[in-house]
Design a binder for this molecule. Structure first.
Ligand SMILES: [Mn+2]
Length: 230
């Protein structure tokens, strides 16, 4: 059962995620308006490799401004500007196991709409984490997060599942989406990553990686989630 990890495997996942957290902390002091998304993605790769990662879990996503609507957007030569939301979705491989995390933050003051949407995504993400536990059904976790976004009127802009398993592959079962009735069990590592993507405007996603145990979850992600304004 690749979905259920032993403690050695979980420690590798936790270590990979800790490298991601360290990288994010570094980025907050490093990013400046005028840098391109590609420059940021290159820095992420170099930093994580220097911290002991053996590679990337997946090509790093760095999207800013209106490009934030692209949920799997490749970084581009677009410059990061004041007024942008920047979404970074990244992870590295450590001893064969993947990390995966996403943060969105603001460069300069966000609009009221940006701040409102950020708060809704954060509320959905925290609520989703709250119900991830051994014995919970995957689609029930998705529903808790999705209901918050739908009730806030942004349901049409939440266009992907709430999470997925992580291991030697960055996307593996179990899948936390509207359709999967699989039951979560101790030893699984799953993401919780709701988002809202408004075409032509901006996107927000917040993703943590949770380890399911017999006594609740261990959130392997420690990067801050309150709205960061650089
Ligand atoms: Mn993910």
């Amino acid at each position: 059962m690749a979905e259920i990890k032993n403690s050695e495997e979980l420690l590798k996942i936790i270590t990979a995620q800790a490298i991601g957290d360290k990288c994010f902390d570094h980025l907050l002091g490093w990013i400046q308006p005028g840098m391109t998304e590609n420059e940021v993605a290159d820095e992420i790769e170099a930093y994580m490799l220097a911290q002991g990662a053996e590679g990337l879990s997946f090509p790093t996503i760095v999207v800013s401004g209106t490009r934030g609507e692209e949920i799997h957007g490749e970084p581009s030569d677009k410059k990061i500007e004041i007024g942008d939301f920047v979404t970074i979705d990244m992870g590295c491989v450590y001893q064969g196991y993947c990390g995966d995390m996403t943060r969105t933050f603001a460069i300069g003051a966000p609009t009221a709409e940006m701040a409102e949407v950020y708060d809704i995504v954060l509320e959905a993400q925290l609520a989703g984490l709250e119900v991830i536990k051994a014995g919970a059904k995957c689609f029930d976790v998705d529903k808790v997060a999705r209901d918050i976004i739908e009730d806030a009127g942004y349901g049409e802009y939440y266009i992907h599942g709430t999470g997925h398993g992580v291991g030697t592959e960055v996307h593996e079962p179990p899948y936390l989406n509207t359709r999967t009735d699989e039951v979560l069990a101790s030893g699984m590592a799953v993401t919780c990553e709701p988002g809202i993507y408004i075409p032509g405007k901006f996107g927000v996603r917040i993703e943590d990686l949770a380890i399911v145990t017999d006594f609740g979850i261990i959130n392997a992600t420690s990067s801050p989630k309150e709205l960061i304004i650089l």
